[in-house]
Design a protein around this ligand. Structure first.
Ligand code: NAP
Length: 281
């Protein structure tokens, strides 16, 4: 059973060596003088069911899940909370007082909190949006934006059928799927553009997108955080748009888990941001 004096939390993924989460949580553990550790676990898809099952008997306080486990974990937890059900994925596991495994999802919260903190004066009700991407991160962004009242989302993905499936699952008439070829025209009149693809990430090609039709008062949010300045962010900044990078999303989604496991609401400040920037490109 869990030893409340020494709390061990881990992040599970395949691959896992690139994960910033151990560095992030270790910083907060030290800052708040908490006796505990946060460790990476390299777990393959095949190993995940046994791994999650074994948690009940382990001295482990909680788990983060990353690629490729977020969706499959939905079926492996005892209960998925409302955030996980809405997003259809689990990125945070904790235990309730009956030792049941609860799956939660903090990506939507992280996405929105970062947007609100970084784009001063941002208002959902006045914010037609373009989202590029239809994977797990796009889904977290869409669900959280709809929840706070965004009037329209144009959803664009290279594989259009995936966007259509996402639309059918979320089933909200504020979403419209636009073909990949129409992505530049779709920018006209929007107030928020979100890149939720892997394009722009280190070792991936950039997102090639002319911003000519994007209004100058629109905010451009790239959820990629490595590198911290993607080509998209640079383009947007140079033409005078407000920009939001993905590091704040990572920090704010992590803060919710940290509070659930360790009982402290960690500050998302320049200290932790700079600590992570030291190892980013
Ligand atoms: P995912 O489920 O694998 O989805 C990947 C998305 O990228 C899909 O929409 C895919 O389109 C698109 N894509 C990949 N290669 C492409 C290409 N060459 N051209 C056009 N589109 C391409 O991944 P995810 O979990 O949503 O994550 C997406 C990104 O968000 C990752 O880089 C991840 O690190 C980042 N992320 C950041 C945070 C944060 O805290 N900042 C949190 C979660 C995720 P198709 O459907 O056509 O393949």
């Amino acid at each position: 059973m869990r030893n409340p004096d020494v709390k061990i939390v881990g992040v599970v993924g395949d691959p896992i060596s690139h994960s910033l989460s151990p560095r992030l949580h270790s910083y907060w553990l030290k800052k708040y003088n908490i006796l505990g550790d946060y460790v990476p676990f390299h777990i393959t898809k095949n190993e995940l069911p046994n791994f999650i099952n074994s948690l009940k008997g382990d001295n482990i306080t909680g788990i983060n899940l990353t690629v490729p486990h977020k969706e499959s974990a939905m079926k492996l937890v005892d209960e998925a909370d409302a955030s996980a059900k809405k997003i259809g994925a689990v990125n945070t596991i904790y235990f309730d007082n009956k030792n049941r495994i609860i799956g939660s999802n903090t990506d939507g919260h992280g996405f929105l909190k970062n947007l609100r903190n970084s784009a001063e004066g941002w208002r959902a009700d006045n914010c037609p949006t373009v989202i590029i991407g239809a994977g797990g991160a796009a889904r977290a962004a869409i669900v959280s934006l709809l929840d706070v009242g965004v009037p329209e989302i144009k959803l664009i993905n290279r594989t259009q059928e995936r966007a259509v499936c996402l639309l059918q699952e979320i089933d909200d008439n504020r979403i419209r799927v636009i073909p990949w070829g129409g992505r530049e025209d779709a920018l006209s009149g929007v107030k928020l553009l979100v890149n939720a693809t892997t394009l722009g990430m280190v070792s991936q090609p950039a997102l090639e997108l002319s911003l000519d039709k994007l209004p100058k008062d629109a905010t451009v949010y790239d959820i990629i955080y490595n590198p911290i300045e993607t080509k998209l962010i640079k383009q947007a900044r140079e033409r005078g748009n407000k920009t939001v990078d993905g590091l704040g999303m990572l920090l704010h989604q992590a803060a919710v888990g940290f509070k659930a496991w360790f009982g402290v609401d960690p500050e998302v400040d320049d200290g932790i941001r700079n600590h992570l920037l030291e190892v980013l490109r």
